[in-house]
Design a protein around this ligand. Structure first.
Ligand code: TEU
Ligand code: CA
Length: 565
């Protein structure tokens, strides 16, 4: 054992504050976020402290012990800035204030410091592609073409009714909105109430960098950057993601803000290829720590169509895609690892079995991700195996879902067909209140929440799972602890085993002389694993309580082996 590792070991034993611990590792071998596991919180659905039916900052602070027990290093908070909430906070009207719905700046500072006491960092969500239409910049910009803020947004002269081009907004309809007072259109790649910022304007960039530095000074330890691959857009040429100046803007932003500060930065990049992701997550620190790529997440939709156009998942493709990202970013760049976020359906309902084998399949899917190299993200409730919902259309709140419903009714789809898509892919699946216990409204609030609670909360809730050793929650604790314990999980190389097997996802990790093998049964069938995969190995983890048949995997069984030495 080298001197360095001795120092690190002593530090882990004696220093409770994870900050110092990671600083120490930093100097020697790696970045703190390469050994970290991140927990995403969607504040309006996590915990309501003042019983108005909406989750808030003090609610989060009150549940820090729950998060800390999981073994989490950092929390990514979806936006809590001042916002008219047209898109649940992804429409910001003041980047430097907290929305009263979520609390106050004092509550935010308290959350940062209470989290820090537990060695947990706070990662803020930065929405820099667009603002709310109620942002003072946009209110000014709309006043006249001469207004100093006019050029903060993207405007095109034109005639009413003749949009500049066919660009579509993500939430339906044209991406261009007419303002008759100015005889101009403005660009909105999302809702009409989310006008796109003009990144070509250096004043916009300056304002943004100042704001970011202001948050860094408040003690946040990183940022998730919303749809950041869109900021280099050239809409009149039809270019939205990966525009020609994208990397210039990101490098400038990095050097003017978090550059030398050892923060975790993760860009949301729906359009990233591995080649591009290597640039975004280049280890020289010139851009981000990592990006969220969505190739695996987009596999169950019809090619060239929208996410609502459902297609069955092809497990061989899933294995190919995840393996490609593991291998491509092995030496250059860094992967994020995730199944879920606030925009995605619950993974157990999506590619597991949320009925008979809910716990087994939730744990199996977790094992796939948590055995890989990268930084894992857990979305609130995933650690309980929370499931999708099927509500009446009048109970949905998400702007994307509601617009889709109208658009497809108008286009002649049947109601059943549309609801099938919403049940499978709607964003509200992820946004139902956190299920804490069996009391009314699942212990999330004492008042009726802003969105209905999933009716299965009496069965699926944190209180029950904390108390039961075999729960999904306790399995996540084990997975996180394994990552911390074994270098091979954090840094080992990756090799897909049985690439053509359509039921098993098996891979091997290796680091120095240590070999780790993960074998997961993706189906509800019994499957015989080939004997030699596990010869001379010892079992580290399994999602069933005991193994009677070494060779045969039960429905959704997951096993992690390490080579015996
Ligand atoms: O999401 C980007 C985005 O493109 C999503 O809207 C996604 O495409 C959609 O859910 C899939 O159809 C980010 C945020 O994560 C999302 O919550 C925001 O609504 C969006 O940006 C606009 O800020
Ligand atoms: Ca509240």
């Amino acid at each position: 054992m080298g001197k360095t590792s001795v120092i690190i070991m002593v530090l882990t034993l004696t220093v409770n504050n994870a900050y110092n611990y990671y600083e120490e590792i930093n100097m020697n071998t790696m970045n703190w976020w390469q050994s970290s596991v991140i927990y995403q919180i969607y504040p309006r659905s996590f915990m309501d402290s003042n019983n108005d039916g909406i989750g808030d900052l003090r609610g989060i602070t009150s549940r820090l012990d729950y998060i800390s027990t999981l073994g989490i290093d950092a929390i990514w908070l979806s936006p809590v800035y001042k916002s008219p909430q047209d898109d649940n906070g992804y429409d910001i009207s003041d980047y430097m204030d907290i929305d009263p719905m979520f609390g106050t700046m004092k509550d935010m500072i308290e959350l940062i410091s209470k989290a820090k006491e537990r060695g947990i960092s706070i990662i803020m969500d930065l929405v820099l592609n667009h603002t709310s239409d109620e942002h003072p910049w946009f209110k000014e910009a709309k006043k006249s073409k001469e207004n100093p803020y006019h050029d903060y947004y993207v405007w095109v002269d034109g005639e009413e009714g003749a949009v500049p081009n066919q660009l579509k907004a993500c939430f339906g309809g044209s991406a261009w909105e007419w303002v008759s007072e100015l005889q101009q259109y403005y660009l909105h790649l999302f809702s009409v109430r989310q006008p796109d910022l003009n990144w070509e304007n250096p004043k916009v960039r300056n304002e943004i960098y100042n704001m970011i530095n202001w948050w860094i000074d408040k003690g946040v330890r990183g940022f998730r950057l919303d749809v950041i691959d869109l900021i280099g857009k050239e809409p009149l040429k039809g270019i939205t993601s990966n525009g020609p100046h994208l990397h210039d803007y990101i490098r400038e932003m990095t050097s003017r803000t978090w550059g030398q500060k050892k923060l975790l930065t993760v860009g949301e990049t729906w359009g990233a290829s591995p080649e591009n992701a290597k640039i975004f997550s280049c280890m020289d620190g010139s851009e981000f720590s990592m990006v969220f790529q969505f190739e695996h997440i987009s596999l169950d939709q019809q090619e060239g169509k929208e996410k609502w156009d459902l297609a069955p998942i092809d497990f061989i493709r899933l294995k190919e895609v995840l393996s490609k990202w593991q291998i491509e970013l092995e030496n250059d760049g860094w992967n994020s690892l995730f199944w879920n976020n606030h925009d995605l359906p619950r993974i157990v309902s999506r590619w597991g079995d949320d009925k008979e084998y809910r716990e087994e399949s939730a744990k199996m899917l977790a094992t796939i991700i948590h055995g890989m190299k990268g930084t894992p993200y857990i979305y609130q409730g995933e650690e309980l195996g929370m499931t999708n919902v099927q509500y009446d259309i009048s109970d949905y709140k998400d702007i994307e879902t509601l617009n889709l419903y109208k658009e497809r009714i108008d286009a002649g789809y049947s109601k059943d067909e549309i609801m099938e898509s919403i049940f499978a892919k709607g964003r509200d699946n992820a946004r139902t209140p956190m299920q804490w216990d069996t009391s009314e409204y699942s212990g999330f609030s004492k008042k009726e929440p802003w969105i209905k609670v999933n009716p299965n909360y009496p069965m699926i809730n944190a209180k029950e799972q904390i108390s039961r050793e075999s729960s999904v929650y306790n399995y996540y604790i084990e997975l996180i602890a394994l990552r911390k314990k074994h270098k091979v999980i954090r840094f080992g190389s990756y090799k897909l085993l049985l690439p053509k097997h359509d039921k098993l996802f098996a891979y091997q990790r290796s680091y120095e002389d240590i070999l780790l093998t993960v074998i997961c049964n993706l189906t509800r069938d019994y499957v015989d694993a080939t004997k030699d995969l596990i010869k001379n190995y010892q079992l580290l983890l399994c999602n069933y309580s005991e193994i009677k048949d070494e060779i045969r995997l039960r429905p959704y069984e997951a096993r992690v082996y390490i080579n015996a030495k």
